[in-house]
Design a binder for this molecule. Structure first.
Ligand code: FES
Length: 592
């Protein structure tokens, strides 16, 4: 036991009552009183120049910051944190910034998703272990949003999510280009011979030209929209560009508001209800959001005890048209979305159509309807009226069948309509290395009607369920003008990607799902309207293959082993089994 643990004594941060019968503020279990312990807690903090009255019982607000120069989408967060601090101070609170593991999508290997649960665990324990009364979560790049919210939800102190905002629109040779979406387009154009390598290199600087996260409706923009739709972020959180002065004003208002939330004891458990998740699922359909939101919302719901399932995604999204005209499904970008009115317009239109639980409580202390009923649309080409949607039925389709008894997902809005009902011959890649080695082999027996199958890229595979499900097409087919084919895997897909891509097959191949037993030449039937996914191979043949199947080698040590041994399948949000649930803000006693 360290000196400091010893000095904590019975001061474990659990709630108690003051002599006048009021509930004592959580931080006062560290900073209140005249004991030796309180001396230690205050004295060390004072080395930062904090005066005596910092510890007089005012709300202590943690600012959980995922700033990192290795996470370019979050690299501007130091300035954002300063604005939050100003707001907290203006409202009479004490702001204390602390770091959280940052998860940058572009640089982390094997995939940032492997570490989402690790970051969530770190955030949960950091919040609970410290003298905090409420927290602001500074999030941006894809996994930072779910990771921090999962961790905070398992503690259930008053919490407000603040997104860092999207980058400004990309521009290349007069054309608007979007993060990720145009990487896929340009790289396929290079492989198909329609774009030179020199032009490809020039486009690189034109895509990411300001601070912020991907400005297409990728996973970061989707999750920024999801937290606003859940009511755990302030209105307009989703779309204000990172460099717009109004993003800084929002940060300041978030700082003020979290102090009021602490005073009102407004916790995530009162906001993240089933109604909030249903609102978010419908909002995801309306904005044409990323398939990654399926996993993240399932995982967040698991932390707060809301029994959300894949079937909820299919059922609730099916009746909602996609009305936001953003890449990758449409033509505009997040900057345009903000100028058109942002997510409040989407939520108002859903509410007016009876597709939103109007009475869901939000961090403002008001309902979803009260927050958004006055929203105005300034560009109907970007945010379409419900009567003139981009797609009549948005949402995520959940397919089941012998190939995916626990489900698989497809985003029909990003697919070629003719391929949504398709039977084709399987061309199988055993893993991503096999795919890379084989895809451009001129002798590969493949045509546009084949179904590309990728194994061993699910939660346990890879490991970490990498975003490789949108496999690039064979160069020889690209050169022949083929633009889409059915692709099938247990992997994920970047929210900025598109195509007829079936993802999240569960159980995954590494866990012995039927996907592991698919062979070259097998016929596979995809029926999105009928929600079916079938391997057309006899039971006898499947039994024979299963008897011969050898499981791939699993990680032997380190975090990867912990993850591998405990990760749940895609239908449960890929959380770790022992992290599901809310454990509250009470500090466990040493005997536990
Ligand atoms: Fe960070 Fe896209 S790479 S949001």
């Amino acid at each position: 036991m360290s000196k400091h643990e010893e000095n904590n004594g019975g001061n474990n941060g659990n709630h108690g009552d003051t002599p006048d019968g009021k509930k004592m503020r959580r931080s006062q279990h560290w900073f209140g009183g005249s004991s030796k312990d309180a001396f230690i807690h205050r004295s060390w903090m004072k080395n930062q120049g904090l005066p005596d009255d910092s510890f007089d019982g005012r709300p202590v607000i943690g600012i959980c910051n995922t700033w990192s120069e290795l996470t370019p989408c979050n690299a501007h967060f130091r300035q954002l944190a300063e604005k939050v601090k100003q707001g907290v101070l203006q409202a009479g609170g004490l702001p204390l910034e602390f770091p959280a593991m940052s998860l940058g999508e572009t640089n982390m290997r094997p995939t940032a998703m492997l570490f989402r649960n690790l970051a969530a665990m770190e955030v949960e324990e950091s919040i609970r272990a410290h003298p905090l009364d409420g927290v602001i979560l500074l999030v941006g790049c894809d996994k930072t949003t779910p990771a921090l919210l999962m961790g905070a939800a398992s503690v259930d102190l008053p919490t407000l999510v603040l997104s860092g905002g999207p980058m400004l629109n990309g521009r290349y040779r007069g054309e608007t280009i979007g993060s990720g979406t145009h990487v896929w387009k340009f790289s396929e154009a290079v492989r198909g011979g329609q774009m030179s390598q020199g032009e490809f290199m020039k486009a690189e600087s034109c895509m990411s030209r300001s601070a912020g996260h991907c400005m297409t409706m990728g996973t970061a923009s989707t999750m920024a929209s999801m937290v606003e739709a859940l009511g755990i972020a302030l209105p307009e959180n989703a779309a204000i560009p990172a460099v717009d002065s109004r993003r800084h004003a929002l940060a300041l208002m978030a700082g003020r508001r979290i102090v009021e939330m602490v005073e009102a004891d407004l916790r995530p458990s009162a906001i993240l209800t089933r109604a909030a998740f249903e609102n978010a699922i419908r909002a995801n359909a309306a904005i044409g959001g990323s398939t990654n939101a399926v996993l993240h919302l399932l995982a967040i719901a698991g932390r707060v005890g809301v029994d959300l399932s894949l079937d909820d995604w299919d059922r609730l999204g099916r009746e909602v048209p996609t009305i936001l005209n953003l890449m990758p499904s449409g033509e505009f970008l997040m900057e345009d979305f903000y100028y058109a009115g942002g997510l409040p317009v989407i939520l108002r239109r859903l509410a007016e159509a009876g597709l939103l639980h109007k009475d869901a409580l939000t961090v403002t202390g008001q309902t979803a309807w009260e927050n958004n009923r006055d929203a105005e649309c300034f560009n109907d080409a970007v945010i379409r009226p419900l009567a003139k949607p981009l797609l009549a039925s948005g949402g995520i389709a959940v397919l089941r069948g012998n190939l995916a008894p626990l489900g698989a997902v497809i985003k029909p809005s990003a697919a070629t309509p003719a391929l949504l009902q398709h039977t084709g011959r399987a061309v199988v890649f055993e893993d991503i290395e096999h795919y890379k080695a084989r895809i451009d082999d001129p002798l590969l027996d493949i045509d546009a009607d084949c179904i590309m199958v990728l194994k061993n890229c699910g939660p346990k595979g890879y490991p970490g369920m990498a975003e490789v499900g949108n496999m690039g097409l064979p160069a020889k087919l690209l050169a022949a003008g083929v633009t889409d084919m059915v692709r099938l895997s247990d992997a994920r897909m970047s929210g900025t990607a598109y195509g007829s891509v079936i993802l999240h097959v569960a159980p995954e191949s590494m866990a012995g799902g039927l996907l592991a037993l698919v062979h070259d030449g097998d016929m596979i039937e995809v029926d999105v309207a009928g929600r079916r996914l079938e391997l057309l191979v006899t039971e006898d043949e499947i039994a024979r293959r299963r008897a011969a199947w050898v499981a791939p080698v699993a990680p032997k040590s380190g975090y990867a082993k912990l993850y591998f041994d405990h990760v749940l399948q895609a239908d449960r949000g890929v959380d770790l089994d022992f992290l599901v649930g809310c454990r509250g803000d009470a500090v466990p006693r040493e005997s536990h």
